[in-house]
Design a protein around this ligand. Structure first.
Ligand SMILES: *Cc1c(COP(=O)(O)O)cnc(C)c1O
Length: 463
């Protein structure tokens, strides 16, 4: 059976909802607030604006393709998450979704913590002034150099991912004269994607240490014996783009069970559990994500109930949303280049970017929406596939969507909900130049990551 036939859907994919594109939306000019950043609207001429600035001006000033990020939306989402979880819990923004120094400063100002998973992300975080104590370091294969830098900087926690890493981090911490706070990442046998999850005893993947066969209990035993480590809790991350809380329920129950075993064996109650990230967002009008306060309540209730059942004090909970904070805050603006109607099939609309600025459609079969944004149109809808300019037929940005049939070269179209895992996963395929990220707020637009230049490409190519 192929991986994509997995009952939980393609791994890390956003499952395609059959039939979603069989009918156009009633009004192609409407902007569904579920998928667009909060300040996005149309002006009196029908052009899309964000933070009070129209797309024509943005395109002229910053070029296309480009990502436009609604800063006040980003900040509001940070606040919604930290308010929902309150002072008794910790929200870590998963930096891998999109990280820049401006983002790090916003996180600090809004009181969030930060997950990093590489030396590059750690450097960005520290350079922008994030206190090390508010940084968590992740990864299934942290290098010795990365561990040394994280321990020396004094990161608030390192999430241990293997038996070898338990020893590796302990030795490095001891050599540096530190006692490093750590969590152990366990795999709870839950694979969750979008609307479904499956619970099994084992999980066939590279992350973490299995709860099954007493392996996680053994990891705890070893971590507790090592002087360089201060074991503060257990970590579990079950998937991505999840809407169904049932997977978290199983995960939390299994993690709390481990806390109870640790208490019974060692006489200690580990003070923290981290339930990871993976909360879903709306990429199309068919998606119905939960609000942070609903998620906080659901997770809090589950953990409290399971702890009471096991006679444990409720540990401090942390969560790690990445996509759910940054994903909805940005859209990608493209200029339409060529339009190719294929009789009886669909119309191919080519834009000036593609899989180099959004690999998720090619990689995960991800679904996106798209709209004509430089103007409105009352023309009949046409079924389109929005494709890029790369030398690859899989270079698809939006697989199936409707756009007005009077679409013409030079029109601007935008793909919403591209704040997460788009710029972060962007490539230089075909020696394309990675687009800029422009933060827009209260009538001001500011480049936070500049566009690459051909000089940048040549500088890396040392001949
Ligand atoms: C990727 C990841 C996250 C964030 O996932 P989102 O789907 O962006 O919320 C959180 N925690 C860990 C350990 C991750 O690997």
């Amino acid at each position: 059976m192929s991986r994509s036939a997995h009952p939980a859907g393609p791994r890390h994919a956003d499952v395609m909802t059959e039939g979603h594109y069989t009918a156009p939306a009633e009004d192609l000019n409407a902007l569904d607030e579920k998928v667009w950043a909060r300040t996005v609207t149309r002006d009196e001429h029908g052009a899309l604006t964000v933070g009070g600035i129209g797309v024509a001006r943005l395109a002229e000033e910053f070029g296309t393709p480009a990502y436009f990020l609604d800063e006040s939306d980003f900040r509001a989402r940070c606040r919604a998450w930290s308010d929902a979880f309150g002072p008794g819990a910790d929200v870590f923004y998963a930096g891998k979704a999109f990280l820049s120094r401006a983002v790090v400063r916003w996180l600090q100002e809004e009181g969030l913590n930060l997950d990093v998973c590489s030396g590059g992300e750690l450097t960005t975080a520290l350079d922008a002034g994030m206190p090390a104590a508010r940084i968590a370091f992740h990864g299934n294969n942290k290098t010795v150099d990365e561990i040394e830098r994280a321990v020396s900087a004094g990161v608030g926690r390192i999430v241990l991912d293997s038996f070898q890493e338990i020893v590796r981090v302990a030795h490095i911490a001891q050599r540096l004269g530190r006692r490093q706070p750590v969590q152990i990442r366990v795999t709870v046998g839950v694979e969750a994607h979008t609307h479904e999850f499956i619970a099994t005893a084992h999980e066939d993947q590279k992350f973490g240490i299995a709860l099954a066969d007493g392996q996680a209990a053994e990891a705890v035993r070893r971590a507790l014996t090592l002087d360089g480590l201060e074991l503060i809790g257990i970590h579990s991350h079950i998937g991505s783009q999840i809407f169904d809380m049932a997977g978290f329920e199983v995960s939390a129950r299994r993690v709390v069970q481990l806390l109870a075993e640790v208490r019974d064996e060692h006489g200690i109650e580990l003070p923290e559990i981290d339930l990871g990230g993976g909360l879903g967002i709306a990429y199309t009008s068919d998606d119905d994500p939960r609000e942070p306060h609903e998620i906080a309540k659901a997770l809090g209730d589950i953990v409290t109930r399971e702890c009471e059942a096991n006679g444990l004090a409720t540990p401090r909970i942390s969560v790690e949303p990445g996509r759910a904070i940054v994903g909805p805050t940005a859209f990608t603006l493209y200029e339409v280049g060529t339009i190719k109607p294929l009789e009886g099939l669909r119309t191919y609309v080519s834009v000036d970017g593609g899989m180099s600025d959004n690999i998720r459609t090619a990689l995960y079969d991800a679904e996106y929406s798209v709209a004509l944004v430089s103007r409105t149109s009352d023309a009949e809808p046409m079924l389109v596939r929005v494709v890029g300019k790369h030398c690859e037929s899989g270079d698809i940005v939006v697989k199936d969507a409707f756009l007005p049939s009077d679409l013409a070269p030079g029109d601007l179209i935008a793909v919403p909900a591209t704040g997460a895992y788009c710029r972060a996963m962007a490539s230089n395929y075909n020696h394309s130049l990675r687009p800029p990220v422009v933060a827009v707020r209260d009538g001001q637009a500011r480049v936070i990551v500049r566009r690459e230049t051909e000089e940048d490409l040549l500088r890396l190519d040392v001949g």
